[in-house]
Design a protein. Sequence first.
Length: 351
Amino acid sequence: MRFIKAESLKKKPSDVSGFGKVFTDYMYVREYRDGRWNDGEIRRFDALELLPSASVLHYGQAAFEGLKAYRDDRGAVRLFRPEMNFERLKSSCERLCIPTVEVSDAIAALTELVRIERDWIPTAAGTSLYIRPLVFACDDSLGVHSAKNYKFIIMLSPSGAYYSHGFAPVALKVEREYVRAVAGGTGAFKVIGNYAASIKAGDSAIAEGYDQVLWLDGVHRKYVEEVGSMNIFFAFGDKVVTPELNGSILPGITRDSCIKLLRDDGFDVEERKISIDEVIGGARSGALTEIFGTGTAAVISPVDRLGDGDEDFTIGVHGKSGKIASRLFDELTGIQTGRYPDRFGWIKALR
Ligand SMILES: *Cc1c(COP(=O)(O)O)cnc(C)c1O
């Protein structure tokens, strides 16, 4: 792997806030040409040369990932379950006929890049270095078929605390008009087209005073799927229910980690179909005590309000996270940052 040193480096921000707006000095770039991936190189984070005919711009043959690096108080860099992200990237690539990148190659590239950029990893509470791997087609041709040329890029963005005002709950709107995905489509993969297709519903939810939409299944419009970029959990007292992976839900790594933590902590976790009627019924009767979303960016996102048509339901206590969501947030961020022991072997530490 080549390292092309930049002539000058950026000034690091003294105070990190926001998400995905600031990028570090370097990125990793690997190219696929003539049937093989090259060795790749680490070079200045800068504009790419891309023709207007580049196939990704027309047909969206691209997949991405999102993970985070933390620095603990002894200065070690900690990655959270990175092999899960690169396994998922492989399956997303396979779904879109993109040549895959070996997990070990991707991790070697990432660890080298993060080592070079370790001083960019923020250490204030709630901050992290967000890592965005991306693979896309760059044939210079308008034919609709799998491309012959690709780029694999890893970029790094120091990110501020997701919750600038503490652990604030969000409001969800049940989406009855649009659907995100159907089994057999691409909902279970982190591919770029899924997000373009979800923006319209997201924008109208925001215009109506909600934060995100709660998607229902595309066939029966009955079973809960997930939220824009989070999986979803419902607590009925100490029983926790999350939709089973059904081929249209994104298999979140935070989702998997929460299920393992909860089970290890003695909670009863059911992965099964859960209808919106069961959710609304529970909200009406009070049996539904908590809703929370799970995803790399927010880690855990408590939900205190659920809107459906003209009705609005308060979940738990307005303005407050539920007990299970708070506990998961504490445990997960504790393992990620090194405050708690890594009881599942989830951390890849770089010295
Ligand atoms: C990334 C993503 C998630 C969360 O996955 P994590 O691996 O936990 O970050 C959930 N839903 C969608 C649609 C996503 O894109």
